[in-house]
Ligand binder design. Structure first.
Ligand code: ZN
Length: 444
């Protein structure tokens, strides 16, 4: 079933008169709206989240029924939750889902019981080394139930009896994913994929979702890109597997791809390469990060982390890298209640939006050109080309021109030239456009 998503729950706040909002402000406002929602791999939390994204850029939603076979997996029953708590003998809620949705193990089956503390204890999860944080735990594929608490909460529980309630449902329903396609001039595609299954965790991955949605909106408002750019918002693992299962034909058109996660924290950027490590997206990411002047690291692919591992699997082998700041599992706030609205900032989100926008523009704009006057060096002065470049912001524009003319032999792309000449891609591309206008370059 494919349905147009028309329900809009929220949009960005109106612009304050005279104060321009930055992409970082917009991303933060979106994260604030999505943060309270209890998401999971299925259920109304995902739908509510996709409705918020739909307020930014129009999504197409797909509902895939529970029980459907998707590659080697099966779409699970749909999970929804209304309330959950542990109450002491006086009726006071000592653990309360209404305070934080992280308090309930995600995908907990319904339960209503009176238990002693000793019987309850195996169902309680805490982090002794981070006693102020609630851990994030899931039990998607094994029926169980549990609560997550701070170590302080756990330590404060007195022996005695407790009323335990999880008002959840695990029933036949569907898994929901959203897509947005920015039509390009070519059928070749760029994939931008974000997981939408984590509950109240701001960096992982509301930051990725927000940045992705804002880029989609920006691209829809601009001139058509060369590639068709497909944004996928799907639950982690099972959602990407479901999307791949239902889009095998589309997947064959994907030339470049990225998963986005953890883009709002204060860590330096991390780019995780594709399996091959030498794809255009890998080289473009290295180039954009190097020329951004921002601290960063490039790491090789490994089959863990986020949905890049599904896209890079041997049956698909799609060149999908991953852009993030803090790395999966490598910072203390990861998968805890400390990954909250204070852990992400407008300034870091703005940087991430800028890096992502440049990266997509480089991948989309990379192409091969041919020098139409390849014998010797064409006369630039007689063509008025020194003047044409005089007003640009490109340092050493003449050298850029000479590099482009030298390497535009049909073999080297603009990114090859940018790497070889150590000039930012944007300067190479805009200089090439001037040479193209003057008839010195044509498409290879
Ligand atoms: Zn995660």
């Amino acid at each position: 079933m494919r349905v147009e998503c028309v329900v809009v729950f929220a949009t960005l706040p109106p612009m304050t008169a005279g104060i321009a909002r930055t992409p970082g402000d917009d991303a933060y406002a979106l994260i604030e709206q999505m943060y309270p929602i209890c998401r999971s791999i299925t259920g109304d939390g995902v739908r509510a989240t996709l409705s918020i994204i739909n307020g930014i850029a129009p999504l197409t939603l797909t509902e895939v029924p529970s029980g459907e076979s998707v590659l080697d997996w099966t779409v699970p029953p749909e999970w929804n939750i209304r309330d959950a708590y542990v109450a002491d003998a006086s009726g006071r809620r000592v653990i309360d889902f209404q305070q934080s949705n992280l308090h309930v193990v995600n995908y907990s089956e319904p339960v209503s019981a009176r238990l002693t503390l000793d019987d309850l204890r195996p169902h309680l999860h805490a982090l002794p080394d981070r006693p102020d944080s609630i851990p994030y735990r899931t039990s998607y594929y094994e029926r169980s139930w549990g609560f997550c608490v701070t170590q302080h909460q756990l330590d404060a529980l007195e022996p005695g009896e407790y009323d335990v309630c999880i008002d959840s449902s695990l029933e036949p329903g569907s898994l929901t994913y959203g897509e947005l396609v920015v039509p390009g001039r070519s059928e070749d595609e760029i994939l931008v994929s974000s997981h939408v299954c984590h509950p109240s965790l701001a960096d992982d991955n509301l930051s990725g979702i927000a940045i992705s949605a804002l880029l989609a909106r920006t691209l829809l408002e601009g001139p058509p890109p060369r590639h068709t750019i497909r944004f996928v918002y799907a639950p982690g693992t099972i959602g990407a597997i479901t999307w791949l299962s239902r889009n095998r034909e589309t997947a064959t058109r994907i030339r470049h791809g990225l998963t986005l996660t953890c883009l709002g924290d204060a860590h330096p950027f991390t780019y995780k390469r594709t399996l091959a490590g030498s794809a255009v997206i890998d080289r473009a990411a290295a180039h954009v990060l190097a020329t951004s002047g921002l601290e960063h690291q490039l790491i090789d692919f490994f089959p863990y982390g986020y949905d890049e591992r599904q896209y890079n699997s041997p049956g698909f082998r799609l060149p999908v890298g991953s852009l993030m700041r803090g790395r999966h599992g490598q910072f203390p706030e990861y998968h805890t209640s400390a990954d909250n609205l204070d852990f992400v900032s407008q300034a870091r989100l703005a940087e991430s939006f800028e890096v992502l926008s440049r990266l997509i523009a480089v991948v989309d704009g990379d192409r091969r050109l041919i020098n139409t006057a390849p014998y010797g060096e064409p006369q630039l002065g007689s063509r008025g080309l020194y003047g044409a470049l005089g007003g640009t912001q490109i340092p050493d524009a003449q050298l850029a021109m000479l590099w482009i003319l030298n390497l535009s032999d049909g073999e080297h792309s603009l990114l090859d030239i940018a790497e070889r000449a150590q000039i930012a891609f944007e300067a190479v591309a805009s200089t090439a456009a001037v040479l193209e206008e003057h008839g010195l370059l044509v498409d290879a």
